[in-house]
Design a binder for this molecule. Structure first.
Ligand SMILES: Cc1cc2nc3c(=O)[nH]c(=O)nc-3n(C[C@H](O)[C@H](O)[C@H](O)COP(=O)(O)OP(=O)(O)OC[C@H]3O[C@@H](n4cnc5c(N)ncnc54)[C@H](O)[C@@H]3O)c2cc1C
Ligand code: FES
Ligand code: FES
Length: 493
């Protein structure tokens, strides 16, 4: 096979060129089974435990960035022009431990050791990117790593110890070779569209956006894979055949963030981690929500476009983005098409995406200065948990404190992310008072017909959605609100 059709990347300090690779071969299986690099472990196979954590370096706007990823749900065929760094690369040739590994030993951060390589890789990434992490920074970096025996205190100590001592960065195999690695990755970027077959399976890595559109025009049923934090699980947990696959995570055109006087446009391939600084600045409530999505590894892989395109009724970004009035830009060979985000979700599993179309970008208008906005995620655990429900509220008030505009959207309450138009209409023109909020709460509790499942019962969802209205009122006004008893409880008495 010619070089131009191969998947080429760097593994630790070895160049790799692969042909005949299955589109569903995970990086973890490939490392362990083909390369016999067994330091990275498989705990869950679904991006939850972090035992498989490795670093992937890539050129982002010309800058070399290294991020932790879950090798168990990352496909090898998506690794073109990257630098994969595994735990085996950290110790020196003479066996001398890397400072991060040494700190784990010194602080007794390991017992059975199964989770340890994953923890070390997450701490290594933090050490590389943040010279003075706070305890909170360490917790965020480790949100996606689970340990069942050691307890996190010693691991936290190791992270702070290595940061405080901060030895010469030149002991590090990645930091001392950055310029050389950047040049190599630039060279490895696919200049032509790559197509590979492995038995009956096949995949395509388009060279650019227009080739992506052409591929989809001829293969409208191909599976698009961006960050693979959903599609990875289709393979590892559901054993689905997803061939043919189009990998798009590398496309620079989908990774842009552009600001105008009206709002910000995010390319569909922008990951949560990439988008975070911009959200912190302009939409801080959504930035806070991002910290409740997966762990750091998932946020480094998962894209905003994927969270919308998957059509899930419990995706976390659609409710706040709908409340803010975001629009979606779809693209195909026929050209671009813009729709309101809320109109994208037609029914369960059905989105307004025509054959050959893909999600190109998302535009979020700025929140007018005096509008109030909040988003609340309700899940059983704070970290690494999918929402039982997620509600977003936005209101505008006039000088008399009356509601002039209201947008409320929920996930987890219907077959799609959905606005509560009845409640919005009720609020318009009303004074923003405890009485209004209480009445809106009752309306909101009966506005949807949620399901019961193992995340929450229908009654819990209805009750909680209503109560979030009261929380929003209390937060926007600073007024304590006397909770009226919930109508269903009263009816049951
Ligand atoms: C451990 C773990 C925790 C998670 N926690 C949360 C959570 O708390 N909240 C939450 O909302 N989600 C969560 N997720 C789900 C996931 O991270 C998000 O949905 C993510 O945003 C999906 O993006 P992706 O790029 O990984 O999508 P992929 O898996 O690559 O694709 C997802 C879907 O979108 C389609 N797609 C992707 N990009 C495009 C495009 N540009 N155009 C058209 N179709 C496209 C794919 O074909 C597929 O149908 C979690 C996942 C994991 C593994
Ligand atoms: S094996 Fe658990 S996150 Fe990969
Ligand atoms: S040391 Fe045993 S799972 Fe963490």
């Amino acid at each position: 096979m010619p070089q131009s059709q191969m998947i080429r990347f760097i593994l630790n300090d070895e160049p790799v060129a692969l042909s005949d690779i299955s589109p569903t071969m995970t990086l973890l299986d490939w490392l362990r089974e083909k390369k016999r690099l067994t330091g990275s472990k498989e705990g869950c196979g679904e991006g939850d435990c972090g035992a498989c954590t490795v670093l992937v370096g890539r050129l982002l706007n010309g800058e070399l960035v290294y991020e932790t990823v879950n090798a168990c749900i990352r496909f090898v065929a998506s690794l073109s022009a990257t630098h994969v760094v595994t735990i085996e690369h950290l110790a020196g040739k003479d066996g001398e431990l890397h400072p991060v590994q040494q700190a784990m030993v010194d602080c007794h951060g390991s017992q059975c050791g199964f989770c340890t390589p994953g923890f070390v890789m997450s701490l290594y990434s933090l050490w590389m990117s943040n010279p003075a992490p706070s305890a909170n920074d360490v917790e965020v970096a480790l949100q996606g790593n689970l340990c069942r025996c050691t307890g996190y205190e010693t691991i936290l100590k190791a992270a702070l110890k290595v940061a405080a001592e901060r030895p010469d960065a030149l002991v590090d195999p990645v930091m001392r070779n950055r310029a050389e690695i950047s040049a190599k990755l630039e060279e490895l970027k696919p200049k032509k569209t790559i197509r590979q077959f492995a038995g009956t399976e096949r995949f395509i890595v388009p060279a650019n956006l227009s080739e992506f559109a052409q591929v989809l025009a001829t293969e409208p049923n191909a599976t698009i894979v961006a960050g693979s934090t959903d599609t990875g699980l289709w393979v590892t947990k559901q054993m689905r055949d997803i061939s043919p696959v189009v990998f798009i995570g590398h496309l620079d055109e989908l990774q842009t963030i552009q600001q105008t006087s009206e709002g910000i446009t995010f390319g569909a391939g922008v990951t949560y981690s990439q988008a975070l600084p911009v959200f912190k600045q302009h939409f801080p409530k959504i930035a806070k929500l991002f910290y409740r999505i997966g762990g750091q590894q998932v946020r480094n892989m998962g894209t905003i476009g994927g969270n919308i395109a998957n059509g899930s009724p419990i995706g976390d970004t659609p409710p706040p983005l709908i409340a803010l009035g975001a629009t979606l830009r779809l693209h195909s060979m026929a050209g671009p098409r813009e729709i309101a985000l809320e109109d994208f979700f037609i029914a369960y599993g059905k989105q307004d995406r025509l054959p050959g179309e893909f999600v190109e970008s998302l535009t979020i208008p700025f929140l007018p200065r005096n509008d109030h906005f909040a988003v609340y995620k309700i899940s059983k655990r704070r970290d690494e948990d999918i929402s039982a429900l997620c509600g977003a509220f936005r209101i505008a008030l006039d000088d008399e404190n009356s509601v002039t505009e209201a947008r409320i959207a929920f996930g987890g309450m219907a077959a799609t992310p959905k606005r509560a138009t009845e409640v919005e209409n009720f609020l318009k023109g009303k004074p923003w008072s405890a009485e209004t909020a209480n009445a809106a709460r009752d309306l909101l509790s009966s506005a949807y017909s949620p399901l019961s499942d193992w995340r929450a019962t229908a009654e819990y969802r209805a009750l909680t959605a209503g109560n979030l209205m009261l929380r929003f009122f209390a937060e926007t006004t600073g007024e304590a609100i006397e909770l009226q008893r919930y109508a269903m409880q009263e009816a049951g008495e």
